[in-house]
Design a protein around this ligand. Structure first.
Ligand SMILES: C[S@@+](CC[C@H](N)C(=O)[O-])C[C@H]1O[C@@H](n2cnc3c(N)ncnc32)[C@H](O)[C@@H]1O
Length: 294
């Protein structure tokens, strides 16, 4: 049974007061780092899992995506998404991400921001995302960091005067459900180790591209409590890519992709400068050769 806390009126009202709900991406401390991991969205079909208000969907569309599908469990969150970031090219769908089904190769990029720690089983989801992506497709997501989710309480330990002592990390290797407190409300989250996230991706047909434990930006350091955010990681950002299939079929697909790229390049460059034609032919031959040698 998936818990849908964001449809609870009290929880939703508190969430809507957060800076990230009011200011969008500019109000999300991790955004500058996450943005650097995102792929070029030009002409891409993009899926956002747990899209919330749809800020990332809008970003993808504004950066050239051909089509964006935002999915979320919460009707209230989707109402906000449709009102704020609806329009041509973006579609929103209410569904638990664990229940989604798409034909193989439906998307060029899958993104997700701070939603996977609400999902009990990461492996089947990662495997299905791998099937929904085209070979070479991007998978970029953020989650609460395993150091942050391990203990469950997600709060500091304080002395008798209310000063922070330290952040508790306990039961790190005991993966599974945690009764966390977020915005003063109880909410179920799921803890996984760093190994689980990374190894699951590697075993599900992904290549790891980047991994970031974002620190708060220097310019926000004077805000109350912000320096304490240097004492433990709260988030984990991961960029992965679906591996090309191995063997003859892999070479065939790679060749097909290169042929398309090369002929598109030839047309545009040829119009600007006819001498480029020869150059592209040479590059094309050497790349084809390379694919067969590897
Ligand atoms: C912290 S919010 C993040 C929203 C948005 N991605 C962002 O970064 O602004 C987490 C979102 O995940 C959604 N969510 C939680 N569990 C989900 C599930 N099993 N399937 C789909 N969405 C889920 C919640 O409804 C909520 O909108």
């Amino acid at each position: 049974m998936k818990e849908n806390r964001y449809d609870d009126q009290t929880f939703f009202d508190k969430y809507s007061q957060m800076a990230r709900s009011q200011k969008g991406l500019a109000g999300a401390g991790e955004w500058p780092e996450l943005e650097k991991l995102l792929p070029d969205f030009s002409g891409k079909r993009v899926l956002d899992l747990g899209c919330g208000y749809g800020w990332h969907c809008r970003y993808a569309l504004d950066h050239g995506a051909a089509y964006v599908l935002g999915t979320d469990l919460s009707q209230r969150m989707l109402e906000q998404a449709r009102a704020r970031h609806g329009g041509p090219g973006i579609e929103y769908r209410q569904a638990a991400m664990e229940d989604l089904q798409f034909p193989e190769g439906s998307f060029d990029a899958v993104i997700s921001s701070l939603a996977f720690h609400y999902v009990r089983d990461f492996r089947p989801l990662a495997e299905r995302i791998g099937r929904w992506l085209v070979p070479g497709g991007s998978f970029v997501f953020s989650v609460e960091h395993p150091v942050f989710t391990a203990c469950g309480s997600q709060d500091w330990y304080y002395d008798e005067n209310g000063n922070i002592l330290h952040f508790p990390v306990d039961n790190y290797y005991l993966e599974g459900r945690r009764d966390a407190v977020f915005l003063g409300e109880r909410v179920v989250k799921y803890h996984r180790t760093l190994t689980s996230y990374l190894d699951t991706l590697l075993q599900s047909g992904f290549t790891l591209r980047r991994l970031v434990e974002p620190k708060p930006p220097e310019e926000l350091m004077d805000l109350p409590g912000m320096r304490d955010e240097l004492r433990r990681p709260m988030m984990l950002l991961i960029a992965a890519e679906k591996r090309q299939p191995q063997g003859g079929y892999g070479y065939f697909r790679a060749l097909q992709r290169y042929r398309t790229d090369a002929s598109e390049q030839q047309c545009t460059k040829h119009a600007e400068n006819p001498s480029c034609f020869q150059l592209n032919c040479t590059r094309k031959r050497s790349k084809i050769l390379l694919y067969f040698i590897i």
